[in-house]
Design a protein around this ligand. Structure first.
Ligand SMILES: *[C@@H]1O[C@H](CO)[C@@H](O)[C@H](O)[C@H]1NC(C)=O
Ligand SMILES: [Zn+2]
Ligand SMILES: [Zn+2]
Length: 446
């Protein structure tokens, strides 16, 4: 991209921003390019842009939709894209939408948001509380959509300047359904060279971001088991085969997988979250159902856990004369791979986010046992996932996601939108052959 294009990029921003937000005279020195992230942030903080993003987020918040049911959310996204004149493909994976901004040709860089809510009953009393009983945006995906649309707005303002194409990925079903995998299988990342995603985070300060190169979220899977015995009278145990006791032993034995078989320096989790059986005080039931999740940071550890969970459940059940069947329902709940951040994209992120927020506001994020289906994208092409701070003690307490008391600090929206836009723009810029940076070229080339 030529300097003249950067000049007009800046002037486009200027035209859209009447105030002295870009007060500095636009210089054509290379240092000036480092100011684009700040310009994007200033743009996103403009009341008309900010209020519009907040409005979108609240509208989605009021009407939360679960995995693969994001029909209204998808409709709203498409209406906004139509309004902005952005081309898109729909439906993908049911409710997914993929928009395109720029030349329509290579290089392609993607930015992604998830759209789904959780089966949580909102307990926050506020004007835009969820109107759907038992469903809530308790993970901030409503904010993620608003931020990606915010980025789309900024990028669309500059679409003549983009040398390449930004792909906007709005995906369904992050919370367990593996929507990303379905989008990937549908080919949305075909020819795309890199993808960026973010998660809003209550454990990081507003104005900061946190991430790391390499593994950032764990691989995860779920399992269920039925442990069958022979029911009967609670007072005559000798005539029964007690599945409650067998299931209890199974659960205790499963605790030993991480404590005794895993390398203490290789983080893993096995958690039992379901234990269902019986219904009377004086009857031993025929069977018990258990279920849970397991997580690890490498394919090997993950496979090992999976195999041992099955063995421990079936063999331990056998000790008490029960039979057990174990299922890993991968169709309904696909295993999520480890999210691994690409090292080159980490450098890119550091530069762009550092230019926007100041380098002291880039934090190291330790790998976490949570999982993210962004991992499917990052497994297929170079990907980068980061956490966007929203904590602000002056505005109260922001609890962790998946809580019925979850709230979003909407002041974080401009940061997310501007980071998406800057990461994509600068990525395309860096993909340009270096020589064109120094050659005067005109808009006629476009
Ligand atoms: C366990 O399975 C075996 C083989 O199918 C069967 O004979 C036995 O009755 C089963 N035991 C229980 C407690 O269901
Ligand atoms: Zn979540
Ligand atoms: Zn989430």
């Amino acid at each position: 991209m030529s300097f003249s294009k950067w000049f007009s990029l800046s002037s486009t921003l200027y035209l859209f921003m009447p105030a002295a937000l870009i007060s500095c005279n636009i210089s054509l020195s290379p240092e000036e390019l480092d100011k684009t992230p700040v310009n994007f942030l200033d743009f996103a903080k403009k009341p008309e842009v900010f209020d519009w993003m907040v409005g979108i987020r609240r509208k989605i918040h009021e009407d939360p939709e679960l995995c693969f049911e994001e029909f209204e959310t998808s409709k709203l996204i498409r209406a906004e894209l139509d309004q902005m004149g952005i081309l898109y493909t729909h439906p993908i994976a049911g409710t997914g939408v993929v928009g395109y901004i720029g030349t329509g040709g290579p290089p392609f860089v993607a930015i992604r948001a998830d759209m789904d809510a959780l089966a949580v009953e909102e307990l926050v009393e506020w004007e835009h509380k969820s109107k759907v009983p038992g469903k809530m945006h308790a993970c901030g995906h409503d904010a993620h959509v608003a931020m990606l649309l915010g980025a789309a707005k900024m990028l669309q303002e500059l679409h003549h300047e983009l040398q390449g194409t930004v792909v906007l990925v709005f995906q369904p079903a992050e919370e367990g359904g593996g929507g990303a995998k379905k989008m990937l299988d549908a080919g949305v990342l075909k020819n795309v060279e890199a993808i960026f995603g973010l998660h809003i985070s209550s454990s990081d300060q507003i104005g900061t971001v946190a991430s790391r190169p390499g593994p950032v979220t764990a691989g995860s899977g779920i399992f269920e088991a039925v442990i069958s015995g022979k029911g009967g009278h609670a007072a005559i145990p000798q005539d029964t085969i007690d599945p409650i006791l067998a299931a209890s032993n199974v659960i205790v034995s499963l605790q030993h997988l991480v404590s005794r078989e895993a390398d203490p320096l290789d983080s893993q989790v096995v958690t039992i979250t379901k234990f269902q059986g019986g219904g009377a005080f004086n009857v031993i039931p025929d069977s018990v159902k258990i279920g849970g999740t397991f997580r690890a940071f490498s394919k090997e550890s993950f496979a090992q856990l999976k195999q041992r969970i099955e063995e421990v459940i079936t063999r331990q059940a056998c000790v008490l004369r029960c039979n057990a069947t174990v299922i890993f329902n991968e169709n309904e709940n696909p295993f999520y791979p480890v999210t691994v951040n690409n090292k080159d994209l980490h450098e890119h992120f550091q530069k762009v986010a550092g230019d926007m927020l100041g380098f002291r506001n880039l934090k190291e994020h330790l790998p976490m046992m949570n999982s993210e289906d962004f991992s499917f994208f990052a497994e297929a092409i170079p990907g980068y996932f980061f956490f966007l701070g929203m904590d602000d003690k002056t505005k109260g307490k922001f609890v962790r996601g998946h809580s019925p008391y979850y709230t979003v600090n909407e002041d974080a929206l401009p940061y997310g939108a501007a980071l998406h836009a800057s990461l994509a723009t600068r990525y395309l810029l860096e993909k340009q052959p270096k020589s064109t940076l120094h050659k005067e070229s005109s808009h006629d080339e476009l």
